[in-house]
Design a binder for this molecule. Structure first.
Ligand code: HEM
Length: 127
């Protein structure tokens, strides 16, 4: 049987480290200021939610569904204006976090393909 992306990544601790790196970069890099300002002042809650969601999304434990409920991701992003610029910042931030966490190249490219589709679906503003 083929390993899930969650298993290929190295499991729970690696996913947690990836999500923490993602938000640390968002918090510190000027290039991600546009999406940082859409988030709450402290990022612990965002970190927990994205970690729980990605666990299930990558084929691991369905933590988000168990603890929060149906993801309804597009609806949950409607309060935040997301156009191409915000989509591209989110994707660049995730790509960099994966590189810094040394996610294997092929897995990183596969995940980027899937993230691109999900992030594009979240757009709710023209441009
Ligand atoms: C397209 C650009 C995106 C922007 C600008 C964005 C921004 C945000 C913001 C501002 C929040 C609220 C944070 C909070 O409540 O602490 C959020 C929540 C969340 N985002 Fe995104 N996001 C984007 C894409 C994505 C993608 C691609 C995924 C998944 C692959 C994702 C997954 C989540 C999850 C799971 C939550 C928590 C939802 C909840 O329980 O309220 N986001 N996002």
């Amino acid at each position: 049987m083929t390993a899930t992306p969650f298993e290929q990544l190295g499991g729970d601790a690696k996913l947690r480290a990836l999500v923490e790196r993602f938000y640390a970069l968002m918090d510190s890099e000027p290039g991600f200021r546009g999406i940082r300002k859409l988030h709450p002042p402290t990022l612990e809650g965002s970190t927990d939610k994205l970690y729980m969601f990605l666990s299930g999304w990558m084929g691991g434990p369905q933590l988000y569904v168990q603890k929060v409920g149906p993801p309804m991701l597009r609806a949950r992003h409607l309060p935040f204006p997301i156009a191409e610029a915000e989509r591209d910042q989110w994707l660049a931030c995730m790509n960099r976090a994966m590189q810094e966490c040394e996610v294997p190249e092929l897995l990183r490219l596969q995940l980027m393909g899937a993230f691109q589709k999900t992030a594009d679906w979240m757009r709710n503003q023209p441009g």
